[in-house]
Design a protein. Structure first.
Length: 154
């Protein structure tokens, strides 16, 4: 290139906003029952998309979950981060058993209180919200019971 010529700046068009923000799933986002892909009976609003629901109750429960997820997900992640730090300190320190059991107890309480482990709502296509909540709370109960058993044995 010669010194006098300037390079032209390429301008790329912005991608188009999707016209259809409805997730075309064949199952209810909340309970997992089959729904019509073309015309789901109810539509639940998520953060950035809308999801099919099989009933008004599932629609309302999904929207309540979305609101609680917005508020509670950070709490769960902070609790899990604190647990990881406690376990790291316990591994480097002297009182490994007591600190590790306390971290497991805290993680169990976190999963029980904040059952919002999913980061993207697309995951609910394979495992519905109700099942994820049950698994998360079940894991919380198991962790609490294990930590209490370990405390009793220590």
């Amino acid at each position: 290139m010669s010194a006098g010529k300037k390079r032209t700046k390429k301008v790329y068009p912005k991608p188009a906003v999707p016209v259809d923000d409805l997730a075309h799933w064949d199952r209810c986002v909340y309970c997992g029952r089959p729904v019509s892909v073309e015309a789901p009976p109810f539509i639940a609003a998520g953060r950035t998309r809308r999801f099919p629901a099989c009933s008004e109750a599932c629609k309302n429960a999904t929207e309540a979950y979305v609101q609680a997820d917005r508020k509670g997900k950070l709490g769960l992640y902070l609790i899990l981060m604190v647990c990881a730090v406690i376990i790291l300190i316990a591994a480097l320190g002297g009182q490994q058993n007591v600190l590790m059991y306390a971290a497991v107890l805290l993680a169990g309480i976190g999963f029980l209180a904040f059952p919002y482990p999913i980061t993207t709502f697309e995951t609910f296509q394979s495992c519905c919200i109700r099942r994820v909540t049950q698994i998360s709370r079940g894991l919380g109960v198991i962790l609490i019971l294990l930590s209490l058993a370990f405390f009793a044995l220590a």
